[in-house]
Design a protein around this ligand. Structure first.
Ligand SMILES: NC(=O)c1ccc[n+]([C@@H]2O[C@H](COP(=O)([O-])OP(=O)(O)OC[C@H]3O[C@@H](n4cnc5c(N)ncnc54)[C@H](OP(=O)(O)O)[C@@H]3O)[C@@H](O)[C@H]2O)c1
Length: 407
């Protein structure tokens, strides 16, 4: 069984932009011969050796397999308690890996933000993963850990302070500094390409409850914000937040998997704060126009090909200096049934998408591997909060530069 495996964690995709950052983090945080036994894996041994040399440690074990070679994945996943994968777009490279993990009772974490693919994984593997004991946990990066654990955190405080859970939680991105990698941009484009091919995918993308269990796909939330408006509870102008499309679905799935503890009428939404008054509105409209420009165009059309030139290639992303100068801050507002508010702050050092995300993903994998006795007794296709709850909250604050605090 998974208890007697050679490694605790295998980083799958360690030659890619984000996988390499996870390896760098593990080397610094856990060393090679410490409590966490980990290895780097990918499809190209030479590339992995080069990454290892650049990290300055030739002792890190290296393993090879291929995303589409099931036999190689069967061998790989049986060597470890947890697979930590940054091989994306996940809809193109993730199917066989998830299936192998479910089959061999190997826990799994990823950075997928591809709602349509996660829906497929839930439908195909939830029951089998429950039976095998595998914990399949998508969205263990900037999307959607701050949202999922932010709600978990503020609701615990609501219960402790007010004796009941909040009926409505609002997550507001206050400020952030960072960039985009080629892999993330490719994943976003792949979602749009799949949706252009299959209109059913639009329905999944626009359904606020698209990741809930099939028999619980309804509720009071109508959809993500599409306009610029004033939010009195956050005392700020707000505009749409691109990550809301995945984060809100993850939060709602967590709530459903827990059996709707906040009430069947619980509401959740996300937005970006742009400031106050005319300046805040202006910033909101400019941001909205930027978002529309990024998402517009047919996947292979002239416009999209022109826009693509302004984004990084796969394997590229923000520089070390940009990652280290980065940060992110959310305001969380919880509205109680009597109309009163409680507020919290969730923040992280480093840029959200890579510097901070690589630490969140690495700690999620370490948590599944090392803290099994302390995490909830559950399996299936889960979310960060339902798989790891308080234990992950502690790890992220102790090791990964995250803060969860009441305002
Ligand atoms: N949710 C978040 O917060 C967040 C943040 C960051 C990234 N992400 C996601 O993470 C994923 C990776 O992004 P990235 O920028 O790190 O991408 P990347 O630099 O392009 O890396 C992709 C990795 O996949 C590997 N790969 C490709 N095809 C393979 C195959 N057939 N078999 C085995 N490995 C294969 C590549 O190997 P080679 O080196 O051999 O080509 C590389 O290691 C994307 O889906 C992105 O959306 C999400």
């Amino acid at each position: 069984m998974a208890e007697n495996r050679e490694f605790d964690v295998i980083i799958w995709g360690a030659s890619g932009f984000t996988g390499r950052l996870v390896a760098e983090y593990y080397l610094k945080q856990y060393g090679v011969t410490g409590e966490l036994r980990w290895a780097m894996a990918g499809r190209n041994e030479e590339k992995l050796k080069q990454v290892r040399a650049e990290l300055g440690n030739t002792e890190i074990p290296i393993l090879t397999a291929n995303s589409h070679d099931e036999a190689s994945l069967d061998v790989l996943v049986q060597k470890t308690k947890v697979i930590c994968t940054t091989v994306g777009p996940y809809a193109l490279y993730g199917n066989e890996l998830v299936a192998a993990c479910v089959k061999h009772s190997t826990d799994y974490v990823d950075l997928a933000g591809e709602t349509q693919w996660i829906r497929r994984m839930i439908d195909q593997h939830y029951d089998a993963a429950q039976a095998s004991g595998a914990r399949i946990v998508h969205c263990c990066g900037f999307d959607s850990i701050p949202s999922d654990l932010g709600v978990y955190f503020i609701q615990k405080h609501a219960m402790a302070e007010k004796g009941e859970y909040a009926q409505h939680v609002k997550m507001r991105l206050k400020s952030a500094k960072g960039g985009l990698s080629g892999g993330t941009y490719a994943s976003m484009n792949n979602v749009m390409a799949e949706a252009a091919e299959d209109k059913e995918i639009y329905k999944i993308l626009f359904n606020p409850y698209s990741l809930n269990p099939r028999d619980a796909m309804g509720g009071s939330d109508k959809g993500d914000l599409k306009s610029v408006q004033f939010d009195a509870d956050a005392d700020n102008v707000i505009m749409p937040f691109i990550m809301a499309a995945i984060n809100t679905r993850v939060v709602r799935r967590s709530h459903a998997l827990e059996g709707f503890p906040y009430g069947e009428d619980f509401m959740y939404d996300e937005a970006m704060m742009t400031g106050k008054g005319i300046a805040g509105r202006l910033k909101g409209f400019v941001g909205l126009a930027g978002l529309a420009a990024m998402m517009a165009g047919k996947p292979d059309g002239f416009y999209k090909r022109t826009v693509n030139r302004f984004f990084p290639e796969q394997g590229e992303g923000p520089s070390k200096e940009e990652r280290e100068a980065g940060f992110w801050k959310f305001l969380v507002v919880a509205k109680m049934r009597d109309g009163s508010l409680i507020k919290a702050r969730v923040s992280g050092d480093r840029d959200p998408g890579y510097g901070s995300t690589s630490k969140m993903l690495g700690e999620s994998a370490a948590c599944l591997a090392l803290d099994k006795a302390k995490t909830p007794e559950t399996s299936g296709v889960l979310t960060p909060s339902t798989a790891m709850g308080d234990v992950l909250l502690e790890r992220l604050q102790a090791n990964a530069g995250l803060k969860f605090e009441m305002a």
